[in-house]
Design a protein around this ligand. Structure first.
Ligand code: FAD
Length: 366
Protein backbone atom coordinates (compact mmCIF):
# COMPACT_ATOMS: atom_id res chain seq x y z
CA UNK A 1 0.00 0.00 0.00
CA UNK A 2 1.50 3.35 -1.00
CA UNK A 3 2.54 5.73 1.78
CA UNK A 4 2.07 9.39 0.99
CA UNK A 5 3.03 12.33 3.18
CA UNK A 6 1.44 15.71 2.49
CA UNK A 7 3.21 18.81 3.82
CA UNK A 8 0.59 21.47 4.64
CA UNK A 9 -2.87 21.73 6.18
CA UNK A 10 -4.13 24.75 4.27
CA UNK A 11 -6.91 24.36 1.73
CA UNK A 12 -4.41 22.95 -0.79
CA UNK A 13 -2.89 20.27 1.45
CA UNK A 14 -6.23 19.25 2.96
CA UNK A 15 -8.02 18.93 -0.40
CA UNK A 16 -5.12 17.01 -1.92
CA UNK A 17 -4.92 14.69 1.11
CA UNK A 18 -8.68 14.10 0.91
CA UNK A 19 -8.66 13.10 -2.76
CA UNK A 20 -5.60 10.89 -2.23
CA UNK A 21 -7.14 9.17 0.80
CA UNK A 22 -10.33 8.44 -1.13
CA UNK A 23 -8.32 6.16 -3.37
CA UNK A 24 -8.29 2.58 -2.18
CA UNK A 25 -5.29 1.56 -0.17
CA UNK A 26 -3.45 4.86 0.12
CA UNK A 27 -1.96 5.66 3.53
CA UNK A 28 -2.00 9.43 3.79
CA UNK A 29 -0.30 11.47 6.52
CA UNK A 30 -0.57 15.26 6.73
CA UNK A 31 2.33 17.06 8.41
CA UNK A 32 1.88 20.75 9.16
CA UNK A 33 3.28 23.59 11.19
CA UNK A 34 -0.15 25.29 11.21
CA UNK A 35 -3.55 23.62 11.41
CA UNK A 36 -7.17 24.78 11.09
CA UNK A 37 -7.93 26.77 14.25
CA UNK A 38 -4.61 28.67 14.08
CA UNK A 39 -4.47 32.30 12.98
CA UNK A 40 -0.91 33.05 11.91
CA UNK A 41 0.61 35.33 9.31
CA UNK A 42 2.49 32.35 7.79
CA UNK A 43 -0.81 30.45 7.28
CA UNK A 44 -2.96 31.95 4.53
CA UNK A 45 -6.09 29.81 4.32
CA UNK A 46 -8.00 31.07 7.40
CA UNK A 47 -7.76 34.67 6.21
CA UNK A 48 -9.50 34.18 2.87
CA UNK A 49 -13.12 35.29 2.31
CA UNK A 50 -13.55 33.12 0.36
CA UNK A 51 -15.57 33.08 -2.84
CA UNK A 52 -15.23 32.14 -6.52
CA UNK A 53 -14.12 35.02 -8.73
CA UNK A 54 -12.34 33.31 -11.66
CA UNK A 55 -8.89 34.75 -12.29
CA UNK A 56 -7.23 32.41 -14.78
CA UNK A 57 -6.58 33.21 -18.40
CA UNK A 58 -8.93 31.36 -20.77
CA UNK A 59 -6.04 29.10 -21.85
CA UNK A 60 -5.50 27.98 -18.24
CA UNK A 61 -9.03 27.52 -16.95
CA UNK A 62 -8.75 23.84 -15.90
CA UNK A 63 -8.16 24.32 -12.17
CA UNK A 64 -11.07 26.67 -11.57
CA UNK A 65 -13.41 24.96 -14.01
CA UNK A 66 -12.87 21.56 -12.37
CA UNK A 67 -13.32 22.97 -8.85
CA UNK A 68 -16.61 24.78 -9.38
CA UNK A 69 -18.96 21.74 -9.60
CA UNK A 70 -17.74 20.38 -6.25
CA UNK A 71 -17.94 23.74 -4.47
CA UNK A 72 -21.45 24.19 -5.86
CA UNK A 73 -22.45 20.68 -4.76
CA UNK A 74 -21.17 21.36 -1.25
CA UNK A 75 -23.15 24.63 -1.08
CA UNK A 76 -26.33 22.94 -2.28
CA UNK A 77 -26.14 19.60 -0.50
CA UNK A 78 -23.73 19.79 2.45
CA UNK A 79 -24.66 22.65 4.82
CA UNK A 80 -22.09 21.51 7.40
CA UNK A 81 -19.31 22.40 4.94
CA UNK A 82 -19.82 26.11 5.73
CA UNK A 83 -20.40 27.03 2.08
CA UNK A 84 -23.57 28.81 0.95
CA UNK A 85 -25.07 30.19 -2.22
CA UNK A 86 -24.66 33.93 -2.75
CA UNK A 87 -25.33 36.19 -5.71
CA UNK A 88 -22.13 37.67 -7.09
CA UNK A 89 -21.84 41.06 -8.81
CA UNK A 90 -18.66 42.02 -10.67
CA UNK A 91 -18.43 45.68 -11.63
CA UNK A 92 -16.19 47.38 -14.18
CA UNK A 93 -15.02 50.95 -14.54
CA UNK A 94 -13.97 51.97 -18.06
CA UNK A 95 -10.91 53.76 -16.72
CA UNK A 96 -9.60 50.53 -15.13
CA UNK A 97 -10.22 48.43 -18.21
CA UNK A 98 -8.13 50.84 -20.24
CA UNK A 99 -5.24 50.25 -17.83
CA UNK A 100 -5.53 46.48 -17.44
CA UNK A 101 -2.75 44.54 -19.02
CA UNK A 102 -0.39 47.48 -18.90
CA UNK A 103 3.02 47.21 -17.27
CA UNK A 104 3.02 46.96 -13.51
CA UNK A 105 -0.64 45.93 -13.15
CA UNK A 106 -0.99 42.78 -11.12
CA UNK A 107 -4.74 42.58 -10.83
CA UNK A 108 -6.44 39.54 -12.30
CA UNK A 109 -7.65 41.03 -15.56
CA UNK A 110 -9.66 38.02 -16.85
CA UNK A 111 -12.21 38.48 -14.05
CA UNK A 112 -13.22 41.82 -15.55
CA UNK A 113 -13.31 40.79 -19.22
CA UNK A 114 -16.54 41.76 -20.96
CA UNK A 115 -17.01 38.27 -22.42
CA UNK A 116 -15.13 36.11 -19.93
CA UNK A 117 -14.40 32.40 -20.43
CA UNK A 118 -16.25 31.62 -17.22
CA UNK A 119 -19.58 32.96 -18.54
CA UNK A 120 -20.53 29.40 -19.50
CA UNK A 121 -19.33 27.92 -16.18
CA UNK A 122 -22.12 29.53 -14.14
CA UNK A 123 -25.75 28.59 -14.89
CA UNK A 124 -27.12 32.13 -14.91
CA UNK A 125 -24.22 34.44 -15.83
CA UNK A 126 -25.53 37.64 -17.39
CA UNK A 127 -24.48 41.23 -18.09
CA UNK A 128 -26.17 43.83 -15.90
CA UNK A 129 -28.52 46.38 -17.46
CA UNK A 130 -27.46 50.05 -17.06
CA UNK A 131 -30.34 50.63 -14.60
CA UNK A 132 -28.97 47.84 -12.36
CA UNK A 133 -25.51 49.39 -12.01
CA UNK A 134 -24.43 51.30 -8.92
CA UNK A 135 -23.09 54.80 -9.55
CA UNK A 136 -19.47 53.70 -9.24
CA UNK A 137 -19.61 51.34 -12.25
CA UNK A 138 -19.84 51.62 -16.05
CA UNK A 139 -20.76 47.97 -16.66
CA UNK A 140 -20.92 44.66 -14.83
CA UNK A 141 -22.13 41.11 -14.60
CA UNK A 142 -23.91 38.88 -12.10
CA UNK A 143 -24.37 35.18 -11.41
CA UNK A 144 -25.22 32.72 -8.69
CA UNK A 145 -22.03 31.90 -6.83
CA UNK A 146 -20.91 30.60 -3.42
CA UNK A 147 -19.17 31.99 -0.36
CA UNK A 148 -17.01 29.77 1.82
CA UNK A 149 -16.86 30.45 5.54
CA UNK A 150 -13.25 29.35 5.91
CA UNK A 151 -13.56 29.15 9.72
CA UNK A 152 -16.04 26.31 9.16
CA UNK A 153 -14.80 24.84 5.90
CA UNK A 154 -11.21 24.09 6.98
CA UNK A 155 -12.32 22.04 10.04
CA UNK A 156 -14.90 20.36 7.79
CA UNK A 157 -12.07 19.29 5.46
CA UNK A 158 -10.09 17.93 8.44
CA UNK A 159 -13.15 15.89 9.43
CA UNK A 160 -13.57 14.53 5.89
CA UNK A 161 -9.88 13.63 5.81
CA UNK A 162 -10.09 11.84 9.18
CA UNK A 163 -13.14 9.92 7.95
CA UNK A 164 -11.13 8.82 4.90
CA UNK A 165 -8.28 7.61 7.13
CA UNK A 166 -5.84 10.53 6.97
CA UNK A 167 -3.60 10.93 10.03
CA UNK A 168 -2.48 14.43 11.07
CA UNK A 169 0.85 15.29 12.65
CA UNK A 170 2.24 18.64 13.84
CA UNK A 171 5.77 19.47 12.84
CA UNK A 172 7.77 22.32 11.42
CA UNK A 173 10.09 20.95 8.76
CA UNK A 174 13.39 22.56 7.89
CA UNK A 175 13.85 20.49 4.74
CA UNK A 176 11.32 18.85 2.42
CA UNK A 177 13.18 15.53 2.75
CA UNK A 178 12.30 15.28 6.47
CA UNK A 179 8.73 14.50 5.37
CA UNK A 180 9.60 11.17 3.82
CA UNK A 181 10.27 9.64 7.27
CA UNK A 182 7.01 10.93 8.76
CA UNK A 183 4.38 8.50 7.50
CA UNK A 184 2.13 7.40 10.38
CA UNK A 185 2.56 3.82 9.20
CA UNK A 186 6.16 3.87 10.43
CA UNK A 187 7.44 3.15 6.93
CA UNK A 188 11.05 4.33 6.83
CA UNK A 189 10.50 6.04 3.51
CA UNK A 190 7.26 7.44 2.03
CA UNK A 191 6.67 6.64 -1.64
CA UNK A 192 5.64 10.19 -2.48
CA UNK A 193 5.72 13.53 -0.65
CA UNK A 194 3.24 16.25 -1.65
CA UNK A 195 4.50 19.76 -1.03
CA UNK A 196 1.53 22.06 -0.28
CA UNK A 197 3.49 24.51 1.84
CA UNK A 198 1.99 27.67 0.32
CA UNK A 199 3.90 30.87 0.97
CA UNK A 200 6.52 29.04 3.05
CA UNK A 201 7.70 27.25 -0.11
CA UNK A 202 10.09 30.21 -0.33
CA UNK A 203 11.76 29.08 2.94
CA UNK A 204 11.43 25.29 2.93
CA UNK A 205 14.83 23.63 2.51
CA UNK A 206 15.14 21.69 -0.76
CA UNK A 207 12.53 23.97 -2.37
CA UNK A 208 13.46 27.59 -1.48
CA UNK A 209 11.40 28.93 -4.38
CA UNK A 210 12.57 32.51 -4.93
CA UNK A 211 9.59 33.14 -7.22
CA UNK A 212 7.22 32.89 -4.24
CA UNK A 213 6.40 36.03 -2.28
CA UNK A 214 3.41 37.39 -0.36
CA UNK A 215 0.55 39.33 -1.92
CA UNK A 216 -0.63 41.01 1.26
CA UNK A 217 -4.39 41.17 1.76
CA UNK A 218 -5.91 43.31 4.49
CA UNK A 219 -9.56 42.73 5.40
CA UNK A 220 -12.21 43.82 7.87
CA UNK A 221 -14.73 41.29 9.18
CA UNK A 222 -18.04 42.91 10.21
CA UNK A 223 -21.15 41.49 11.85
CA UNK A 224 -23.47 43.21 9.35
CA UNK A 225 -25.11 40.88 6.87
CA UNK A 226 -24.62 42.51 3.46
CA UNK A 227 -25.65 41.08 0.10
CA UNK A 228 -24.99 40.53 -2.75
CA UNK A 229 -21.25 39.78 -2.93
CA UNK A 230 -19.55 42.52 -4.93
CA UNK A 231 -16.23 43.56 -6.40
CA UNK A 232 -15.06 46.27 -8.78
CA UNK A 233 -12.20 46.50 -11.27
CA UNK A 234 -10.27 49.23 -9.43
CA UNK A 235 -10.27 51.99 -6.84
CA UNK A 236 -9.04 55.57 -6.80
CA UNK A 237 -7.07 55.09 -3.58
CA UNK A 238 -3.99 53.12 -4.71
CA UNK A 239 -3.15 50.56 -7.35
CA UNK A 240 -2.85 47.78 -4.75
CA UNK A 241 -6.12 48.67 -2.99
CA UNK A 242 -9.27 46.80 -3.99
CA UNK A 243 -12.92 46.59 -3.11
CA UNK A 244 -14.68 43.30 -2.54
CA UNK A 245 -17.32 42.18 -0.10
CA UNK A 246 -18.80 38.78 0.70
CA UNK A 247 -21.14 37.45 3.35
CA UNK A 248 -19.92 34.19 4.88
CA UNK A 249 -22.23 31.26 5.52
CA UNK A 250 -23.80 30.34 8.86
CA UNK A 251 -23.45 33.60 10.76
CA UNK A 252 -19.84 34.12 9.71
CA UNK A 253 -20.32 37.87 9.16
CA UNK A 254 -19.20 39.79 6.10
CA UNK A 255 -15.64 40.12 4.84
CA UNK A 256 -14.76 43.50 3.34
CA UNK A 257 -11.48 43.85 1.47
CA UNK A 258 -8.98 44.69 0.61
CA UNK A 259 -5.51 45.01 -0.73
CA UNK A 260 -3.18 43.04 -3.04
CA UNK A 261 0.34 44.23 -2.20
CA UNK A 262 2.98 41.99 -3.73
CA UNK A 263 6.22 41.72 -1.72
CA UNK A 264 4.68 43.19 1.46
CA UNK A 265 5.17 40.97 4.56
CA UNK A 266 3.62 43.36 7.11
CA UNK A 267 1.42 41.25 9.42
CA UNK A 268 -0.27 44.21 11.13
CA UNK A 269 -3.52 45.76 9.94
CA UNK A 270 -2.91 49.37 8.89
CA UNK A 271 -5.67 51.56 10.42
CA UNK A 272 -5.62 54.03 7.51
CA UNK A 273 -6.06 51.21 5.00
CA UNK A 274 -8.84 49.73 7.18
CA UNK A 275 -10.64 53.04 7.12
CA UNK A 276 -10.34 53.29 3.34
CA UNK A 277 -11.63 49.71 2.99
CA UNK A 278 -14.80 50.62 4.92
CA UNK A 279 -15.26 53.97 3.17
CA UNK A 280 -15.05 52.28 -0.23
CA UNK A 281 -17.70 49.75 0.78
CA UNK A 282 -20.03 52.57 1.88
CA UNK A 283 -19.46 54.38 -1.41
CA UNK A 284 -19.86 51.42 -3.75
CA UNK A 285 -22.30 48.89 -2.26
CA UNK A 286 -25.95 49.92 -2.73
CA UNK A 287 -27.04 48.10 0.45
CA UNK A 288 -24.86 50.50 2.46
CA UNK A 289 -26.22 53.70 0.94
CA UNK A 290 -26.74 56.39 3.60
CA UNK A 291 -24.73 54.45 6.22
CA UNK A 292 -21.51 55.62 7.91
CA UNK A 293 -18.44 53.78 9.22
CA UNK A 294 -20.08 53.74 12.67
CA UNK A 295 -22.89 51.57 11.25
CA UNK A 296 -20.36 48.82 10.44
CA UNK A 297 -19.92 46.56 13.46
CA UNK A 298 -16.32 45.32 13.31
CA UNK A 299 -15.51 41.79 14.55
CA UNK A 300 -11.83 41.99 13.65
CA UNK A 301 -9.23 43.47 11.34
CA UNK A 302 -6.99 40.97 9.61
CA UNK A 303 -4.06 40.46 7.28
CA UNK A 304 -3.37 37.38 5.20
CA UNK A 305 -0.47 36.80 2.83
CA UNK A 306 -1.51 35.18 -0.45
CA UNK A 307 1.11 32.74 -1.81
CA UNK A 308 1.88 34.70 -4.98
CA UNK A 309 4.28 33.08 -7.44
CA UNK A 310 5.84 34.84 -10.40
CA UNK A 311 4.80 32.80 -13.45
CA UNK A 312 1.91 31.20 -11.54
CA UNK A 313 1.12 27.89 -9.90
CA UNK A 314 3.74 25.16 -9.42
CA UNK A 315 2.05 21.80 -9.94
CA UNK A 316 4.70 19.31 -11.00
CA UNK A 317 6.98 16.49 -9.82
CA UNK A 318 10.60 16.68 -8.78
CA UNK A 319 12.95 14.03 -7.36
CA UNK A 320 14.61 15.39 -4.22
CA UNK A 321 17.24 13.30 -2.38
CA UNK A 322 15.88 10.18 -4.11
CA UNK A 323 12.20 10.73 -3.17
CA UNK A 324 9.46 11.88 -5.54
CA UNK A 325 7.95 15.21 -4.46
CA UNK A 326 4.77 16.56 -6.05
CA UNK A 327 4.61 20.33 -5.67
CA UNK A 328 1.19 22.00 -5.38
CA UNK A 329 1.72 25.61 -4.30
CA UNK A 330 1.63 29.20 -5.50
CA UNK A 331 -2.14 29.74 -5.75
CA UNK A 332 -2.05 33.45 -4.89
CA UNK A 333 -5.67 34.64 -4.55
CA UNK A 334 -7.44 31.58 -5.99
CA UNK A 335 -6.51 28.70 -3.66
CA UNK A 336 -10.11 27.82 -2.72
CA UNK A 337 -11.70 28.32 -6.10
CA UNK A 338 -9.01 26.15 -7.69
CA UNK A 339 -8.63 23.67 -4.83
CA UNK A 340 -10.39 20.61 -6.27
CA UNK A 341 -8.99 21.05 -9.76
CA UNK A 342 -5.42 21.37 -8.47
CA UNK A 343 -5.83 18.50 -6.01
CA UNK A 344 -7.10 16.34 -8.85
CA UNK A 345 -4.07 17.38 -10.92
CA UNK A 346 -1.75 16.46 -8.04
CA UNK A 347 -3.45 13.06 -7.65
CA UNK A 348 -2.89 12.37 -11.36
CA UNK A 349 0.83 13.04 -10.94
CA UNK A 350 1.04 10.89 -7.77
CA UNK A 351 -0.75 8.07 -9.62
CA UNK A 352 1.61 8.31 -12.53
CA UNK A 353 4.60 8.11 -10.18
CA UNK A 354 3.16 5.11 -8.32
CA UNK A 355 2.33 3.21 -11.48
CA UNK A 356 5.09 4.16 -13.88
CA UNK A 357 8.03 5.08 -11.65
CA UNK A 358 7.52 2.82 -8.62
CA UNK A 359 5.55 -0.02 -10.30
CA UNK A 360 2.76 0.15 -7.74
CA UNK A 361 -0.81 -0.58 -8.75
CA UNK A 362 -3.12 2.36 -8.25
CA UNK A 363 -6.89 2.20 -7.88
CA UNK A 364 -9.78 4.30 -8.98
CA UNK A 365 -11.54 7.02 -6.98
CA UNK A 366 -14.45 5.68 -4.98
P1 FAD B 1 -1.61 27.82 3.40
O1 FAD B 1 -3.01 27.99 3.78
O2 FAD B 1 -0.66 28.91 3.80
O3 FAD B 1 -1.12 26.46 4.03
C1 FAD B 1 0.24 26.09 4.00
C2 FAD B 1 0.41 24.91 4.94
O4 FAD B 1 1.74 24.42 4.82
C3 FAD B 1 0.22 25.27 6.42
O5 FAD B 1 -0.40 24.23 7.11
C4 FAD B 1 1.66 25.42 6.90
O6 FAD B 1 1.82 25.23 8.30
C5 FAD B 1 2.31 24.30 6.12
N1 FAD B 1 3.76 24.45 6.03
C6 FAD B 1 4.45 25.34 5.31
N2 FAD B 1 5.78 25.18 5.51
C7 FAD B 1 5.91 24.14 6.37
C8 FAD B 1 7.01 23.50 6.98
N3 FAD B 1 8.26 23.89 6.73
N4 FAD B 1 6.78 22.48 7.84
C9 FAD B 1 5.52 22.07 8.11
N5 FAD B 1 4.43 22.65 7.56
C10 FAD B 1 4.63 23.68 6.71
N6 FAD B 1 -8.82 32.29 -2.52
C11 FAD B 1 -9.96 31.99 -3.16
O7 FAD B 1 -10.06 30.97 -3.84
N7 FAD B 1 -11.05 32.82 -3.07
C12 FAD B 1 -11.02 33.97 -2.32
O8 FAD B 1 -12.01 34.68 -2.24
C13 FAD B 1 -9.82 34.29 -1.64
N8 FAD B 1 -9.75 35.42 -0.90
C14 FAD B 1 -8.60 35.69 -0.21
C15 FAD B 1 -8.54 36.82 0.60
C16 FAD B 1 -7.42 37.10 1.35
C17 FAD B 1 -7.37 38.32 2.23
C18 FAD B 1 -6.32 36.22 1.29
C19 FAD B 1 -5.11 36.47 2.13
C20 FAD B 1 -6.35 35.10 0.48
C21 FAD B 1 -7.48 34.83 -0.29
N9 FAD B 1 -7.55 33.72 -1.14
C22 FAD B 1 -8.71 33.41 -1.77
C23 FAD B 1 -6.35 32.92 -1.42
C24 FAD B 1 -6.29 31.64 -0.60
O9 FAD B 1 -6.50 31.95 0.76
C25 FAD B 1 -4.93 30.98 -0.80
O10 FAD B 1 -4.67 30.78 -2.17
C26 FAD B 1 -4.91 29.62 -0.10
O11 FAD B 1 -5.34 29.76 1.22
C27 FAD B 1 -3.51 29.01 -0.13
O12 FAD B 1 -3.61 27.80 0.58
P2 FAD B 1 -2.38 26.84 0.79
O13 FAD B 1 -2.92 25.62 1.43
O14 FAD B 1 -1.63 26.70 -0.48
O15 FAD B 1 -1.43 27.63 1.81
Amino acid sequence: MPNIVVIGAGVTGLTTALLLARRDGHNVTVVAKHMPGDYDIEYTSPWAGANVLPMAEASNDRWERRSWPELKRLAEEVPESGIHIQRSVVLRRNKDLALHGTAGRRLPDPLFAAKPWYADMFDDYRELRPDELPEAADSGSAWTCVCINTALYLPYLVGQCRKAGVVFRRASLKHVSEARGMSHTGAPRADVVVNASGLLACRLGGVMDAKVQPARGQIVLVRNEIAPMMTISGTDDAEDELFYLMQRASGGGTIIGGTYAVGNWDPNPDPNIANRILERALKIHPALKGKTVKDLDVVRHGVGLRPYREGGLRLEREKIDGTWVVHNYGHAGWGYQGSYGCAEGAVEIVDDILVNELSRVSSKLH
